[in-house]
Design a protein around this ligand. Structure first.
Ligand SMILES: CC(C)(COP(=O)(O)OP(=O)(O)OC[C@H]1O[C@@H](n2cnc3c(N)ncnc32)[C@H](O)[C@@H]1OP(=O)(O)O)[C@@H](O)C(=O)NCCC(=O)NCCSC(=O)C[C@](C)(O)C(=O)O
Ligand SMILES: [Mg+2]
Length: 353
């Protein structure tokens, strides 16, 4: 392991200095598209201004014989498009595939100055991040890139979950982690056949009625992903990086998608993936704090002065810890409002009410 003193040294001569803090840029939705799919690629200019992050996907969901078309498509799109404030990310193929090395070589040398974050799938431990870290430094130096490309890991194997803390802290390049529920379910030998979301069989049942053993007993569906998301959020928070819910595969079930996203938002995630244009608005709604919650947070902050002591507001006790929670909501609202004028207006209006 590198000593703490060396942690922020570039890993190649001429590579840019690593960031000391992960920049907190809005990333409520990471919108996936296949850069080799002409229909999707044609929508990039109109989708880019609507999303916080646009991600050119090269891994799963791109057929094996379309891998090069996807990689070359991303190079062309990145060169031809002005992304403004929207971040450009990519998901490379997994490190055990025959494509990952060429993905990195091509993308960093051709469009490294446009790429904000590289998402690495199926990360199992710190060694995977160390491999990518050194390679990126060499390629950045070769290509004359002046700001470091950050790395995002997908948590989608049982080993990855077991090692999530060391993954989160493996490099100053680590920007965040997303849950990958489909591969994770397979890796764990779960008996689901879905991409994220709940399952009607995973439930708890009300106790029997002692005076009527035949009375119907209510059941309550449980969240299959609670444990993993909570572990991921703690690992990310402990290392100053950002947690994300991943994909929700039932595109038509927009209601359950919203619920799954909101659970992740409440637990600490900053965004989720949109796989289809219909999921963009859902992520935007869920991962932007509600105007009434922002107004409440600001009321508490104003009432708490220097943030110490205890006061009563509308029958609820507020103290140093509620003040800190309110700062989380208020600061997130400020960051999002700076990018989103409609949201800025909604927050200002709610404060006046
Ligand atoms: C689900 C699919 C097949 C339905 O695609 P469709 O064409 O059947 O849907 P549609 O409703 O008919 O589409 C309407 C229009 O929107 C377009 N469109 C549709 N989607 C997009 C998009 N994302 N971006 C931009 N445009 C899109 C589509 O091309 C069409 O264009 P048209 O009106 O000109 O005919 C399609 O949406 C799609 O391929 N989405 C991306 C899938 C993907 O990236 N999957 C991988 C991420 S999930 C994952 O990897 C798991 C994980 C983490 O690894 C793990 O848990 O282990
Ligand atoms: Mg996967």
């Amino acid at each position: 392991m590198r000593s703490a003193k060396d942690f922020f040294r570039p890993l190649a001569v001429g590579a840019p200095a690593p960031v000391r803090e992960v920049p907190f840029r809005p990333s409520r939705m990471i919108h996936f598209f296949d850069p080799g799919n002409e229909k999707m690629a044609a929508k990039v200019p109109s989708i880019a201004p609507q999303v916080d992050v646009l991600l050119g996907n090269l891994e799963d969901a791109v057929q094996a014989d379309r891998k090069e078309a996807a990689r070359n498509g991303l190079v062309q799109i990145a060169k031809a498009t002005e992304f403004g404030d929207t971040q450009l990310w990519t998901r490379i193929n997994s490190l055990d595939s025959p494509w990952a090395l060429d993905d990195l070589l091509t993308l960093v040398t051709e469009i490294g100055d446009k790429l904000d974050v590289i998402m690495v799938p199926k990360v199992e431990g710190a060694e995977d991040i160390h491999y990518v870290d050194r390679l990126l430094a060499q390629l950045e130096a070769k290509a004359g890139i002046t700001r470091p490309i950050l790395v995002h890991a997908i948590l989608e194997t049982a080993t990855g979950v077991a090692n999530v803390e060391e993954i989160a802290g493996a490099s100053p390049r680590m920007q965040g982690i997303s849950l990958g529920p489909a591969d994770l379910a397979a890796s764990r030998r779960m008996k689901t056949t879905r991409v994220g979301g709940g399952h009607p069989g995973y439930l708890v049942r009300e106790d029997p009625n002692p005076s009527d053993s035949d009375a119907p007993r209510a059941t309550f569906q449980q969240d299959l992903w609670h444990y993993t998301i909570a572990r991921m959020v703690d690992a990310c928070a402990a290392h100053g990086i950002l947690p994300y819910y991943g994909p929700f595969g039932d595109i038509r079930d927009t209601l359950a998608c919203e619920d799954q996203f909101r659970n992740a938002f409440l637990l600490g995630c900053v965004g989720a993936w949109s796989l289809h244009p219909v999921q963009i608005a859902i992520a935007k709604k869920v991962f932007s704090p509600a105007p009434a919650d922002v107004a409440w947070a600001r009321k508490v902050i104003d009432a708490m002065g220097d943030g110490t002591g205890a006061v009563m507001i509308d029958g609820k006790m507020q103290d140093d810890a509620t003040y800190k929670q309110c700062l989380v909501v208020s600061e997130l609202a400020d960051t999002l409002a700076a990018r989103d004028p409609e949201l800025a207006e909604a927050y200002a209006a709610a404060e006046k009410e």
